[in-house]
Design a binder for this molecule. Structure first.
Ligand code: B16
Ligand code: MG
Length: 220
């Protein structure tokens, strides 16, 4: 029996990945190298410091922990310039009708994001009040694919993982949901997220029943 839905933020509710990409690229360029959009895919759902470690590896650059912290702060300041300009027009199509639909069905709503900026983004786009629990990068000690972020979301609602559907756009986020015993629904392509119980391109025109039917078809 499904009682709640836990949403990843970046790539599921809003497309902040494009701002992360611009800011990380600016940082890489300032260090004398560049990276591709394909490489950027590997940063989805990954924490800020792990993203920086990957990027530095791609550039063949070594930095001390103190230097890394400085670089991560620099990127975050640039990233925040973009997100502080966001408004409700950046909510991905289909999200608000889907949240309304879930609420009408008595389904509880939470967010489980790796981002330390999740609270700011949800306030900017005017969605913070829609979620009863917001677990983000400021609250977790282990990042995806560890299930901690979703476990804390379920716990905050007093629910078991099997009572919650997790919506994720990142392969590592789907891994996190599955290893925590949640039902994982991928938002994006089957190619990337085929290990989820069900995959949707987006929320446009989607009902809870469609998802439940899709999950059943895949597992039976
Ligand atoms: P921040 P999600 C993740 O958000 C992003 O997908 C990932 O690219 C980013 O590095 C991470 O948040 C940390 O973000 O630097 O703002 O703390 O997809 O888990 O909502
Ligand atoms: Mg995401």
């Amino acid at each position: 029996m499904i009682k709640a839905c836990i949403f990843d933020l970046d790539g599921v509710i809003v497309d902040t990945a494009k701002y992360h990409f611009i800011a990380w690229r600016r940082l890489a360029n300032s260090l004398g190298f560049d990276f591709s959009e394909e490489e950027n895919e590997k940063l989805k759902g990954v924490s800020r410091i792990e993203s920086l470690n990957l990027i530095l590896r791609w550039g063949g650059i070594e930095k001390t922990e103190a230097e890394k912290e400085e670089l991560a702060n620099l990127k975050n300041n640039w990233y925040r310039e973009y997100i502080l300009k966001m408004d409700s027009s950046e909510i991905l199509e289909g999200v608000i009708p889907f949240l309304d639909h879930l609420e009408q069905q008595g389904i509880r709503l939470a967010v489980g994001s790796s981002s330390k900026n999740a609270g700011t983004i949800l306030e900017q786009v005017g969605l913070a009040h829609r979620f009863e629990a917001i677990i983000d990068g400021t609250k977790v000690s282990r990042s995806k694919p560890d299930p901690q972020v979703f476990e804390m979301g379920a716990e905050a609602m007093g629910l078991a993982p099997r009572e919650c559907i997790v919506f994720e756009d990142a392969p590592k986020g789907v891994d996190a949901a599955l290893s925590g015993g949640f039902i994982a629904v991928g938002i994006g392509s089957k190619e990337n997220l085929g290990h989820a119980q069900y995959v949707l391109p987006n929320f446009i025109g989607v009902s809870l029943q469609d998802i439940l039917d899709g999950i059943k078809t895949k597992t039976t």
